[in-house]
Write a protein that binds this ligand. Structure first.
Ligand code: ATP
Ligand code: MG
Length: 426
């Protein structure tokens, strides 16, 4: 009989434990905290959509749609795709779930996204994104609020060395003229461009500005600049004034583009010098044309996305979860008592572990390692008397207490820890 094939993970997926998992969740927790300060509501959208949802919104010529989509035939739904990003699915839900009635809506979501690309450090087939969108607002202050959310998030994550790069793609008319000027310009250098850029030339010339290939870079510097209409100029001016008023620094970058036609006005990236080639940590822009591309009515919107793994690599090592109380029972009768006390303490919201085996000294060391504020020691004598030894691990003070007298002293120690933690940051 043949041995069953050894199971393995799907290439490009990750399973996290310990510090890596803590990093991941430190990012998600900061996102959820800051989201609330800015009044973005939580939403959930499916991991899987009809392929057309992404093909139509992300454009056939983007890398994602042309080669990175993780698509397959489903028995009853035709071609389906695991989401490579959130925006398209949110726009689909906005239309098919009747979310229009909530407009303008500020929404936030995070979760897995999938791209079928070659896995390497910081690049996976299943990765995870944070995503924030404001749908249904044409106001430049929506852009400012969204940018401020992103800036504060990076700040609270303690990610230094970050620059906000800002550009405007103008309104559809100025963008169309610019596009034509770029096609003209790059066509005159066609033979010298990279293969990718030659392919992009007619379909998506803005993307050439974004190229990392040195052959293209030589021509990018002198490429024609966008001529903004008065209205687009005014919009951008109001975004910049809002950023100034919010105390958010930025650099103008006339070559920063989003490749898709649906993008209008504001485009931005927060970049860091700390990740080598993968320098962008949070990116987005205004996509006033996208919901129309899905068959909806004209709906101005602006949003950003950020890779959780990449942010996780940039933050300081998170402090692992500390417990409050470690219960150390010596013997079987003590174990029964420990079980009851642990249940009571957990119901009172104290993080509690029972350290049920090993030498006393070893167990005390484990309690310390786990960050316990107190050890609750139960020996035969304590069981007989119906009490425990309560030892504050900071001061070493020890006293006998009844099992129902533990909440007060534990509260006190938790209070002291909070004071210590606050003292540490101020
Ligand atoms: P890159 O130029 O690195 O391929 P991108 O332009 O494809 O990035 P976006 O589509 O803007 O990236 O996605 C937003 C964020 O999602 C990126 O800044 C990055 O942090 C993250 N991201 C994108 N693709 C991957 C991946 N395969 N693995 C991990 N994170 C990713
Ligand atoms: Mg990519």
């Amino acid at each position: 009989m043949s041995k069953a094939a050894k199971i393995r993970s799907i290439k490009g997926t990750q399973s996290l434990y310990g510090e890596e998992a803590d990093r991941f969740h430190a990012v998600v927790e900061a996102f959820d905290r800051v989201r609330r300060l800015y009044g973005f509501k939580r939403i959930e959208v499916p991991v899987i959509e009809q392929t057309a949802v992404f093909a139509r919104t992300m454009g056939e010529t983007t890398d994602v749609v042309s080669k990175e989509m993780w698509s397959f035939e489903s028995r009853s739904e035709g071609s389906v795709t695991l989401r490579p990003e959130f925006t398209a699915g949110i726009a689909r839900a906005y239309l098919s779930e009747g979310w229009q009635m909530h407009a303008p809506m500020k929404v936030a979501v995070h979760g897995p996204a999938f791209r079928y690309e070659r896995p390497q450090k910081g690049r996976y087939r299943q990765f995870h994104q944070l995503d924030a969108e404001i749908i249904g607002s044409p106001d430049p202050l929506a852009d400012v609020e969204l940018l401020a959310f992103g800036a504060q998030l990076l700040d609270e994550l303690g990610i230094g060395g970050v620059t906000l790069k800002l550009n405007t793609l103008g309104d559809p008319e100025s963008r169309e003229q610019w596009r034509a000027a770029l096609v003209d310009y790059f066509s005159s250098h066609r033979a010298e461009l990279s293969e990718d850029s030659r392919e992009r030339l007619e379909k998506n010339p803005l993307r050439i500005l974004d190229s990392k290939d040195p052959r293209d870079k030589a021509f990018v510097a002198d490429a024609p600049k966008m001529q903004l209409s008065g209205e687009a100029e005014d919009f951008f001016g109001r975004v910049r004034a809002g950023l100034d008023a919010s105390g958010i620094a930025y650099e103008l970058d006339p070559h920063l583009v989003r490749g898709l036609d649906y993008y209008r006005h504001t485009a931005f990236e927060f970049v860091t010098d700390r990740l080598g080639a993968q320098g962008t940590v949070l990116a987005g822009g205004r996509y006033d044309g996208l919901i129309e591309a899905l068959g909806g009515s004209h709906t101005p919107a602006v949003g950003w996305a950020a890779g959780i793994e990449r942010l996780g690599m940039l933050i300081d090592t998170p402090v692992p979860d500390a417990i409050d109380a470690a219960i150390i029972p010596m013997g079987e009768a003590a174990m029964a008592m420990a079980t009851g006390i642990a249940a009571d303490l957990r119901r009172a919201h104290f993080a509690t572990e029972i350290l049920g085996s090993g030498k006393m000294k070893k167990r005390m060391a484990r309690a310390d390692e786990a960050g316990a504020l107190a050890a609750i020691i139960i020996g035969d004598e304590e069981v007989e008397k119906g009490e425990v030894q309560f030892k504050a691990l900071g001061s070493g003070e020890q006293r006998a207490l009844g099992p129902r007298e533990l909440v007060g002293p534990l509260m006190e120690l938790v209070g002291e820890r909070i004071e210590r933690d606050l003292g540490g940051v101020s």
